[in-house]
Write a protein that binds this ligand. Structure first.
Ligand SMILES: [Fe+2]
Ligand SMILES: [Fe+2]
Length: 167
């Protein structure tokens, strides 16, 4: 019988969407909800069936992070700010996990998925919520990716993570 991830890692409960995860930006939250749903579906599968949905999660995360990084630049962050740097670290880890799975470590996607279920709420509630708050403050529309008044933003002037600390 196949062993499911939840049996291997019972200590990290499934992550479900809730208002606690909401950033205050509806466009951002659409993507976050998709992430949470894809992650939950992945974790419910036996490890032998996790590779393709994991690859789909990586592709979704690449778009998710790239979108947020476009927004950061549009609202005045330097491209190499700490939120973007953190995204790169997460994606590098996710890609490394795919390679290890292919090398024969068939539990590693399940372990990474459990780690992501622990990581995501913290990221959404700090770095992403900070970005959403800053987008609102400068009048940035995340659907059209436009500023109501471009004169309110000085390009590439911020290197932090918005209203929150990075560490
Ligand atoms: Fe995000
Ligand atoms: Fe983010």
């Amino acid at each position: 019988m196949a062993v499911s991830e939840s049996e291997v890692f019972p200590d990290v409960p499934p992550l479900h969407w809730s208002d606690e995860l909401a950033s205050g930006d509806a466009r951002m939250d659409e993507t976050h909800r998709e992430f949470v749903e894809q992650l939950a579906a992945l974790r419910a599968l036996p490890v032998q069936q996790q590779l393709e949905p994991y690859r789909a999660l990586i592709a979704h995360t690449e778009e998710h992070f790239a979108r947020e990084e476009r927004w950061m630049v549009a609202v005045g962050f330097a491209a190499d700010n700490c939120h973007a740097h953190h995204h790169r670290e997460i994606l590098d880890m996710m890609r490394a996990v795919e390679r290890h799975y292919l090398d024969g470590d068939h539990d590693i996607i399940a372990r990474m998925a459990a780690a992501l279920a622990e990581w995501f709420p913290m990221h959404a509630q700090t770095m992403d919520a900070g970005l959403a708050q800053h987008m609102r403050a400068v009048g940035f529309d995340s659907r059209t990716e436009t500023l109501a008044d471009p004169s309110r933003v000085r390009p590439a002037t911020m290197t932090g993570c918005g209203s929150v600390h990075c560490s």
